[in-house]
Ligand binder design. Structure first.
Ligand code: NCD
Ligand code: ZN
Ligand code: ZN
Length: 370
């Protein structure tokens, strides 16, 4: 069965700064092995992507290494609202970190949120990490500034019901849910162990997980929030929060299809057409994946491409897998092998450099007339 190439609007690659966890090569290989042909990379790198210099640094790393298509987010910092807005056309979107999580980007003061809500263009994607009451405040901002806001990794019953109510009022919010909040819960923490179970938002109660499934119509996108950290880091004191997710997401969704909890159309809406609409992404020409819905197996970290080399879904029985992937007419993945070369991926926000703005209204003079 063929589907369009999937889009993941929320991944963390660790380049620049922590390539022992993941770089643009290993991260985009993991994406293709998971059926994702386009990924949007978060800005909480070292240094964080907050302006021209750090955006150039990230894109210079991505260019020769990326094996699938991509774009890079900018992060909202305490003093970059106008610079970020100026760079908006070259970025996936702007990410606001409004609660505690991994990395240095966190905006506590509401006045700073307002600067970004006011400056960032309404036509460009704005994404918030905002949990619980913070989410309620962020939704109010979206209403007051009348601008679209995408809420990352919704994890609880109260949050999904809040988003339903906001949508019913006509507030321009959209949201995403991760596979780990759909398929795991706090009852999995004892077997994961304290470090490996750390993730933001935390794994929630079974009733929260069930509420996400019951409110599937409110969920616009699925996003892996692929957040690789090594096992050495996860098992040490002060473990960083985050789970890898690119390579386990599709088999989990296909398993839900086999159980009658999702349809293939639900997957395509949340992994292709809704992300295209919300994040202003053009369809990728001649880009598709082939899946085998009948396959039975288990999720194993042993045969993955992510550099972090573990998964919170180790041993999870799944039904369905990726067989093949084609990116812009070229075979990019087949039967466990990533065939797309480093550098084959394109920055989908690359705008041609326009000198002097508008097209000249009359033909340019020929060379000898100048
Ligand atoms: C993410 C990371 O490691 O970058 N961690 C996580 O637990 N989700 C950051 C984030 O998405 O909040
Ligand atoms: Zn987050
Ligand atoms: Zn994240």
């Amino acid at each position: 069965m063929r589907l369009p190439g999937l889009i993941d609007p929320h991944v963390h690659f660790r380049e620049p700064g922590a390539t022992h966890k993941e770089d643009w090569d290993s991260g985009t290989a993991a994406a293709l092995a998971g059926g994702f042909t386009l990924v949007l990379a978060m800005p909480n790198t070292q240094p964080p992507v907050v302006g021209q210099a750090s955006l150039d640094l990230a894109l210079r790393a991505a260019g020769p290494k990326a094996r699938c298509d991509y774009a890079q987010y900018l992060g909202a910092g305490p003093a970059n609202a106008s610079e970020a807005a100026r760079l908006s056309g070259g970025a996936a979107g702007l990410k606001l970190y409004l609660d505690q999580t991994y990395g240095p980007l966190r905006l506590d003061q509401m006045g700073l949120w307002q600067e970004h809500f006011a400056a960032w263009p309404k036509s460009r994607p704005l994404v918030a990490h905002a949990e619980g009451r913070t989410m309620a405040a962020a939704i109010l901002m979206a209403a007051l500034y009348d601008r679209p806001l995408h809420l990352a990794h919704v994890s609880t019953r109260e949050e999904i019901l809040l988003i339903r109510a906001a949508k019913e009022k006509g507030i321009p919010v959209t949201c995403e849910v991760t596979p780990h909040h759909l398929f795991l819960c706090d009852a999995d923490l004892p077997h994961l162990g304290p470090g490996r179970g750390e993730v933001r938002p935390r794994l929630a109660a079974p009733a929260d997980r069930d509420a996400l499934w019951q409110n599937l119509d409110v969920i616009d996108c699925f996003a892996s929030d692929h957040a690789p950290h090594t096992l050495a880091e996860k098992d040490a004191p002060n473990p960083p929060p985050g789970f890898p997710g690119l390579e386990s997401a599709l088999p989990l969704y296909l398993t839900a299809v086999s159980e009658g909890r999702l349809t293939i159309e639900d997957i395509v809406a949340r992994c292709v057409t809704n992300p295209q609409r919300i994040f202003n992404l053009a369809p990728q020409p001649e880009t598709w994946i082939e899946i085998d819905p009948a396959y039975r197996g288990e999720i194993r970290a042993g045969n993955t491409f992510t550099r972090c080399a573990w998964t919170p879904f180790e041993g999870y029985p799944v039904r369905g897998r990726l067989v093949r992937g084609v990116l812009r007419g070229r075979e990019a993945y087949r039967d466990g092998e990533v065939l797309s070369a480093p550098g084959a991926g394109r920055n989908v926000r690359q705008t041609p450099i326009v000198c002097g703005g508008e097209e000249p209204s009359r033909p340019a003079p020929r060379a000898e007339e100048r």
